[in-house]
Write a protein that binds this ligand. Sequence first.
Ligand code: ZN
Ligand code: ZN
Length: 184
Amino acid sequence: MVGQLDLIPVGAIPPGLLDSLVASLPNPLAIPCRLSDMCIDPAAAYDTSRGQYDSHLLLPPLEELAKTKGSRVLGITDVDIFSSVFTFVFGVARFRGVAAIISLHRLRTSFYGLPEDAKILVSRAQREAVHEVGHLLGFTHCQNRNCVMSFSAAAEEIDLKSDRFCALCRANQHDERGRPSLHS
Ligand SMILES: [Zn+2]
Ligand SMILES: [Zn+2]
């Protein structure tokens, strides 16, 4: 795996969280990671009827940035995002594309009426980040519940998986012939 991953805030993000991601992502992804000095405003992607932000409108500006920088880009947002397939998503990525985005909104314990837990938020954000960047790198969903590429429909399911690709995923990564479709 080669290249560079640029982390770009999409709206206001707790600064400590971005630093944690920059420090923790290079190991599982085997890609150098850096925090961009740019920031994208998610306002244009707001859907007034849903009260959420359209992830499909947030990806193109991130993809433009990736092309400009010649890198892969991961957007981090705190707003609630949806896709054409799901009423909400923790993240979305174009398979073997150049940009992905994750949302912290439903990773927060406070979203579920619990006290805010910064450690759990960082841990979930890291797993979701590895998962979505995994799609960029050619990884598809995995049935192994411990594998970072297993699909999580609920936040507690993210807590059950590791931040690592399982041996089967690593073996299959370069065999898949996926189209550049959108994955969550
Ligand atoms: Zn796997
Ligand atoms: Zn996925």
